[in-house]
Design a protein around this ligand. Structure first.
Ligand SMILES: Nc1ncnc2c1ncn2[C@@H]1O[C@H](COP(=O)(O)OP(=O)(O)OP(=O)(O)O)[C@@H](O)[C@H]1O
Length: 303
């Protein structure tokens, strides 16, 4: 089966800034995928390359086996971008009509308005919409061509909790017809709730790729850190709960999914230590921990 999306060695440089650093990725038709990462991770740049709005500095992007430009023209890919502007003075219905005029096989206007929950405000001017309504209008624009692949860059950023829930319910039913949905978010909960697959991006690279449950487990641990106080590092990776060991100068940082057991083992081990700290990893820290995963897992797997 042809992939809905296939990125091979995709890199993007802006001058001396490497925004995307060698991404390899295949997404099968029907998958709902979250691109999860902190600000500046490279999500928008990656999405813009998927849509043909930016050209990669290296590597290739394929959408349903062809290049993004062709896929966009054929109406196979619909996009909802961050802060996309609107035509001034137009109404919601006029925006939908405009979007329909671009594509070869658009959905009927009524169906687009209904799917995006805009029927009641179809005659409202775009500049009078609330943040959440404006996002739904962008969603309607993305839907108009009846695309097989929807790409959404932080679609719920301007929505309150109720609007978010309603938006994702709509998106689920859209995806149920076998369509592919890829969305960027920096909320782990949103990725976990609405995606079958969560791809974590940081520093322009994919640092984790799995189910929401797997990603949550990977970021839910704590860090137990202490000064080595002259003692060596042998055996630290065998303390209970420890999933990874990082040594920075004289300080050991143990990632643990059972920090109580790790601390107990440390105390009873008889080894010297000082300045013990146990810290819950926030998402940002967890991303950083995952970023250095190669090093961490290789150290821990020596056990
Ligand atoms: N046009 C550009 N010129 C120069 N640097 C850019 C440009 N676009 C993005 N960058 C840089 O590339 C990196 C990745 O940015 P990108 O917008 O893709 O991240 P993001 O994950 O989408 O973040 P956010 O959640 O804040 O939108 C950042 O360091 C950003 O400053």
């Amino acid at each position: 089966m042809t992939d809905a999306l296939k990125l091979t060695g995709v890199t993007k440089d802006f001058g001396s800034v490497r925004a995307v650093d060698g991404i390899d990725l295949s997404i099968a038709p029907g998958e709902t995928v979250a691109l999860l990462g902190p600000n500046g991770a490279g999500k928008s740049t990656t999405i813009n390359m998927m849509l043909g709005l930016l050209e990669p500095s290296a590597g290739t992007v394929e959408v349903f086996g062809t290049n993004p430009h062709k896929a966009v023209r054929a109406g196979r890919i619909g996009a909802m971008l961050q802060d996309a502007g609107f035509v001034p003075n137009a109404t919601v219905r006029e925006l939908v009509e405009l979007a329909r005029s671009i594509y070869p096989k658009p959905l009927p206007t009524g169906q687009i308005l209904q799917t995006a929950d805009l029927t009641d405000i179809a005659n409202r001017r775009l500049d009078k919409l609330s943040g959440g309504q404006a996002q739904r209008a962008r969603f309607a624009f993305a839907l108009a061509g009846n695309p097989d692949l929807l790409v959404l860059d932080e679609p719920t950023s301007a929505m309150d909790v109720a609007s978010r829930q309603a938006f994702w319910a709509t998106m689920r039913s859209y995806a149920e017809g076998g369509r592919t949905v890829l969305f960027a978010t920096h909320y782990l909960a949103e990725a976990d709730d609405f995606a079958d697959r969560v791809i974590v991006v940081a520093g322009g690279r994919i640092i984790a790729d799995g189910s929401g449950a797997q990603i949550k487990k990977a970021v839910s641990g704590r860090t137990v850190s202490f000064d080595l106080d002259g003692d060596g590092t042998v055996g630290l990776d065998r303390f209970p709960g420890v999933t990874a060991v990082d040594i920075r100068g004289d300080r050991a940082l143990l990632r643990s999914d059972d920090s109580d057991a790790t601390v107990r083992a440390l105390v009873t081990s008889g080894r010297a230590f000082a300045n013990l700290e146990v810290a819950g990893a926030g998402l940002e820290e967890a991303f950083l921990a995952l970023t250095s995963n190669d090093h961490l897992t290789s150290t821990a797997s020596e056990a």
